[in-house]
Write a protein that binds this ligand. Structure first.
Ligand code: 13P
Ligand code: SF4
Length: 353
């Protein structure tokens, strides 16, 4: 990265001292991650943001829904800053409040609403989290989806789950960790009238999956897994649960970005790994573990383009403005949404484990 910018970022961080706390998601570029005070997956970063009451400014190097969650979990005097406001998430955008409320109404019409517990993946907007909060639901991340689903099922006997917005994480967790079958899961398509489901299908389902997905993890294919197993006998396939069910079924291990990192750190030297997650992280693991063979589980380059929007020029711009006394790109959630979303986030933070 540009040595001038590196120097400027260092100087701005030094000038702000304890007033500043920089969080970096594992999918961030190297040029940005070097300035993070803490790195983590979505769950760890949410917890760490909440645990820094002394920092006046939380600069979130990640995407919009993560910065919103940090704003909800921090005190009103702390300001959360997203260095580029265009760093969104296409998956989070696939579930809009209006659409989810329509689905909720359809569940009332089918006579099942009272038995449905909504669970939203962290990768959703604050108003979807608020919807879950006020309707007895919870937030989950890829590292605690099974615990969250168990909690949801315990809320009432025979509870059904509405899982937002990632159908793959929902299906993979339901089938691989909760003992459900594929037939127990139906997909609500917000682009179709009535979600494309009949009242009978809703009544019979145990898991109603929202039709959303991650455009990065959705690209990994089962064919490449087969090819790699032929090319490198003994290879270990390690993937994120946002991958399709087909890919996850063919993998050896599945887990959040934090799990992926810990697995590679614990792996024996000389072992061979194919990793199905975002490329910045895979490249960083490859560089950090030259004693292991690490390949990317895709034939093509596949970064998360919105995560990559946070680059060093944007970080320097945000930090230097703070030094000059101007808060740029502050992320704020309105108080009503915040109160309801906090209920769902707090239920997640209170889950066992
Ligand atoms: P985790 O941080 O929970 O592993 O999720 C990955 C992701 O897609 C974040 O956007
Ligand atoms: Fe969203 Fe996928 Fe990018 Fe994560 S990797 S921010 S889920 S598009």
């Amino acid at each position: 990265s540009d040595p001038g910018l590196v120097e400027r970022a260092r100087a701005a961080k030094a000038a702000l001292g304890e007033r500043l706390f920089v969080l970096g998601h594992h999918y961030q570029r190297d040029e940005v991650i070097q300035f993070a005070d803490v790195t983590g997956d979505s769950f760890k970063l949410a917890r760490d943001a909440a645990g820094r009451p002394a920092a006046e400014f939380i600069v979130f190097c990640g995407v919009h829904f993560m910065a919103e969650s940090a704003d909800i979990l921090t005190s009103p005097t702390q300001r959360v800053i997203l260095p580029d406001l265009a760093a969104g998430c296409s998956m989070a955008d696939m579930a809009r409040l209006r659409q989810v409320e329509d689905a909720w109404d359809a569940m009332a019409d089918a006579g099942i609403q009272d038995s449905v517990v909504p669970v939203t993946y962290m990768n959703s907007s604050a108003d979807i989290k608020a919807f879950c909060g006020r309707n007895g639901g919870v937030v989950c991340t890829s590292s605690n989806a099974d615990v969250a689903l168990e909690w949801a099922q315990e809320q009432r006997p025979g509870a059904k789950i509405l899982f937002l917005p990632d159908q793959h994480l929902g299906r993979n967790t339901a089938v691989l960790k909760m003992g459900m079958s594929l037939e127990d899961c139906v997909v609500w398509d917000p682009q179709q009238p009535g979600g494309g489901l009949s009242a009978e299908e809703l009544q019979d389902a145990r898991m109603i999956l929202w039709k959303g997905h991650c455009s990065v993890h959705g690209r990994f294919s089962a064919d490449v897994v087969d090819e790699l197993r032929i090319k490198h006998p003994g290879i270990n396939i390690l993937v994120h649960p946002e991958c399709t069910h087909e890919v996850v079924l063919k993998a050896d291990l599945v887990g959040s970005t934090e799990f992926i990192i810990k697995t590679i750190e614990a792996a024996e030297p000389g072992t061979v790994w194919a990793i199905g997650t975002e490329l910045n992280l895979v490249q960083r693991l490859k560089d950090a573990h030259p004693d292991k063979t690490i390949v990317f589980l895709d034939r093509n380059v596949c970064y998360c383009s919105t995560m990559n929007r946070i680059d060093l020029p944007h970080l320097v711009w945000a930090l230097e403005n703070l030094v000059a006394g101007t808060v740029v790109n502050q992320i704020t959630v309105d108080p009503e949404t915040e109160a309801d979303a906090l209920l769902a986030l707090q239920r997640m933070l209170d889950l066992p484990g």
